[in-house]
Design a protein around this ligand. Sequence first.
Ligand SMILES: [Zn+2]
Ligand SMILES: [Zn+2]
Length: 106
Amino acid sequence: MRCPRCSHELTVFGGPSRRRPRALWWRCGDCEWLGCQWLGADSPLEELIRYEGEEAVCMWCGDEDFATFAGYRRTVVTLDDGRTGHRVLDVCLGCGRVGSWFDPLE
Ligand SMILES: [Zn+2]
Ligand SMILES: [Zn+2]
């Protein structure tokens, strides 16, 4: 697997476990690009962006390993009630828990 940003070879740094049975985390040793690949279906590699500072602290396990799916952050959606914003999908690279919520635009 090659890094989509710099073509360096990616390495897996977390595999399926009891707490995160469905995904692999990929990391580029060169440019620090991060990706997630769901197992099972023929799923593409999705870019993850690591949070920094306070936001990086996982709300579940307390590790500073919180990241967000870049594709969701970039996509604006409109809900049935007319609100627009981003559907946010966050993941903890430490404990593997995933959370999803809606972040409305101002
Ligand atoms: Zn890279
Ligand atoms: Zn966690």
